[in-house]
Ligand binder design. Sequence first.
Ligand SMILES: Nc1ncnc2c1ncn2[C@@H]1O[C@H](COP(=O)(O)OP(=O)(O)OP(=O)(O)O)[C@@H](O)[C@H]1O
Ligand SMILES: [Mg+2]
Length: 215
Amino acid sequence: MIEIKNIDKIYKDSTVGLKDINLVINDNETIILKGKSGSGKSTLLSILVALSKPTNGEVIIDDIRVSKLPDSFASVFRRDNIGFIFQKFHLIPTISVFDNIITPLLPTDISTKEMQLKADIVMKQFNIIHKKNQKVKVLSGGEQQRVAIARALVNNPSIIIADEPTANLDAKLSHEFLEYIKELSGEKTIIVATHDNLFFNQGFKEVEMKDGIVL
Ligand SMILES: Nc1ncnc2c1ncn2[C@@H]1O[C@H](COP(=O)(O)OP(=O)(O)OP(=O)(O)O)[C@@H](O)[C@H]1O
Ligand SMILES: [Mg+2]
């Protein structure tokens, strides 16, 4: 369970990013975080995954006070629990699909064989295994999207977070991404920050933000 309690974020230049956010996200729930540009979605996600610290309040994930963790513990917590899908994928273009997918596993002490097994599972699941040894830069947009999803899931995280995942995708790929979310929905805790209408009225819980507050 994710508990967001009385979170404020005030940036150094006094911009108010978030104001008294309170939200509980249950295990295996899918949340669509919506709201206009500048409403605070990315700010909330970065605090949620302990990439930035709130000014006030705390985030508790499965009884761990993640917003109070020192940075080195926070990065281990992220690696073990969270799969993050970025708007622009953030893949490494000059290395292979396989090498990109195993990056979240490299700081762990699992064997090469086990790494290959884990990578094979997600490459099969997202239909990219036939490109395993290709460099990412030669892949199509949809293939890169599938590599990014596979990388986010390779460590079998219980929480998946996607920030504007369809912002750079055409209608067909956006629909494909929605189908992946539907497939994973109910098995993982999923939070998708988006202003893409495609995700609305799909049966997911929708949480709307405006000017740094949750409506
Ligand atoms: N480092 C920063 N310093 C100052 N203000 C910031 C910083 N990062 C974000 N903000 C401000 O905080 C507010 C919320 O930004 P945020 O990026 O969370 O919005 P968003 O809902 O994700 O928008 P978008 O839909 O465009 O991605 C905005 O007014 C933004 O300008
Ligand atoms: Mg954003």
